[in-house]
Design a protein around this ligand. Sequence first.
Ligand SMILES: Cc1cc2nc3c(=O)[nH]c(=O)nc-3n(C[C@H](O)[C@H](O)[C@H](O)COP(=O)(O)OP(=O)(O)OC[C@H]3O[C@@H](n4cnc5c(N)ncnc54)[C@H](O)[C@@H]3O)c2cc1C
Length: 419
Amino acid sequence: MAKAGAEDQVDVAIVGGGIIGIACAFRLAAAGRQVVLIERDEPANAASRGNAGAFAFPAIQPLASPGILLKAPKWLVDPLGPLAIPPAEFAAVLPWLLRFFRASMSGRVEASTAALAALNRLSERETAALVYEAGIGGMVRADGALELYESEAEWRASLPGWQRCEAAGITVEHVADDRLAELQPGLSPRLVRGVFLPQWQTVSDPRDYALALLRAAEAHGARVLQGAVTRLAPQNGGVELVLEDGKALRAGHVVLAAGPWSKTLAASLGDRMPVTPERGYNTTLPPGAFDLKRQLIFAAHGFVVTPLDTGIRVGGASELARFEAPVNFKRARHMLDKAAAFMPGLKREGGIEWMGSRPSMPDSLPVIGRAPASPRIVYAFGHGHLGLTQSAATARLVGDLVLGQAPSIDIGPFRPDRF
Ligand SMILES: Cc1cc2nc3c(=O)[nH]c(=O)nc-3n(C[C@H](O)[C@H](O)[C@H](O)COP(=O)(O)OP(=O)(O)OC[C@H]3O[C@@H](n4cnc5c(N)ncnc54)[C@H](O)[C@@H]3O)c2cc1C
């Protein structure tokens, strides 16, 4: 990676080399723009490295919903449960939590569902186009996902949600008995029902995918610059980016795609964006740890199990905590224990544990749009649980804004000034 040079001038500077910044870099470089991607660490080394690798296009139901309000109290009393707030973190996350509860009121959920459905639908189309153009289609597998239930009652309670998905054009297959066993042999008999989602796709490995996309962007002339951006300053006809080492760069447009760290840079422009780090944990077991046919979703327990080329990844969970809070890998082990109970024969030796922070917004919608401070700064962060899923759509929309075209879908629900 190059070091930041003084007096540089580029068409587009993208801050943050996660999957969102990389997808934007590809889209804009492929459109002929001179692009610099600025990353303070290695590209794709944060959440975009260790996520569960799903293009979860059918996931259109916002996390902020009345359903979560019913489950949250039970989850919160279990320190290793699907949702945790360490006591020392409570005061820091309270303002975000209040916004989350407000967004969970039913009036707003319908609008959020429609916005997510439109974004995910665009992403399904755009992912196909992007991987084809980048020559990385072989890294994407159209293998679907299987959501699992431990009782008829639990499955029945999920039906209204699936009906909303079907109304949005998503294919949903309810399965049991032989069909369930055919989709995934070797599960515990405790799992009595399933929902198969054929439109769900997975990548061979999320980090490998992001880096392959970055190489394709570089083939179109995009450059990676190592450096931490500390400030963005709109200027006449452009934007100045100030780096930690004191050097500066001038760009015609800036895309802010720094995941949960975008908050600080948005604040340097006067915007108080409620994006918060929402931690997730996982363990990646060696390949062959289980004969896994596709991603399995244990929604009631807040984790998924994904077959990757690099291993079997077991993880998920949500921990609201500041960046500096201690890491609690007991959460990863707890999910592995549960997975072993549902998947008899899972070989649990040799796993590698990981923690990463999702960039989460209280209303479960990303921020995609021009910064109030300058039309030359485009925000692209806050994708929460769906950053990989929504990366290609985000790149298309950011491309539309930077290139001065009409956005491919209505971006009103994602606008930065909605809070
Ligand atoms: C356990 C877990 C499982 C998940 N599973 C899935 C899944 O299956 N499907 C899905 O769609 N999503 C999933 N997600 C969510 C997904 O990983 C994230 O939404 C996505 O990775 C966010 O990408 P990003 O590019 O916005 O941010 P990041 O990946 O966090 O990248 C931001 C980058 O910006 C850089 N940066 C920060 N500040 C600066 C600065 N000042 N200057 C320069 N660079 C800077 C950082 O170093 C980082 O590399 C999961 C997340 C977790 C934690």
